[in-house]
Design a binder for this molecule. Sequence first.
Ligand code: GLU
Length: 280
Amino acid sequence: MPEIVTRFAPSPTGYLHLGHVHAAKVAHDLARQDGGRFLLRFEDIDHTRTRPEYYDAMEEDLRWLGLAWDGAALRQSSRTAAYDAVLERLKEIGAVYPCFCTRREIEEEVARITNAPHGPEGALYPGTCRRLPLADREARIANGIQPAWRLDVSFAAGLTGPLSFHDLQHGRHHVDPGLLGDVVLARKDIGTSYHLAVTTDDAFQDVTHVTRGEDLLLATHVHRLLQALLGFPEPLYLHHSLVLDGNGVRLAKRNEALSIRHLKAAGNTPQTILAMLPLS
Ligand code: GLU
């Protein structure tokens, strides 16, 4: 059996809270129970949302909790060239197309057409720019208009054929490539996206087991498709439960009372904090 490699991949947009700790512990324990490696990766491609002080604070809180990682943390903000190269490969195989639509234009188009495509999370991109003639695309790009790049899901799925992924808790899933539609793989403003960066880095860091919250289960359908298109290895998955606040809502920055800093100041020890987590 090859060595298990897992990662905890927070965005440094706030202090570490109980939801993060659950995700970190699931990844940490899975790797450590088997003498494997546990990595830390900061998902900081969206520089408008990150703040410098959160990187060190998150590292400090993880160490205090006894959830130490191997090697230096990887920052996605240092990986722009790798994401550009992957996007170029997707362009070469024709699996992405430029999209010039604004959010407003997409909403208007969805409202206008009957039978607009919908997925589990609402309206999907209606494919406007997929149908744009090549000359139009080239003219707009030549005029300096910066497009987003979207995955051409049906073309991509035709290239890969049927796919599946295996989740250690939820079993085998057949990939439904169109579940999230023609998702954006490179945003206009930052030139990449969560889907593209995560898929690229999990392969780059040799992650064998991708552990993350079950709210990202749908995204895994897109990630498997990208892995197959790009010739990346297929990891195993473990989508764990989320830590919810008193109203049943996923923890976020606003739940300051459940930040590790706050819990520590209130007299908790690492042991009492880890005992607050769900079992899986
Ligand atoms: N950065 C993501 C989050 O904070 C995690 C992504 C992943 O683990 O794939 O939810």
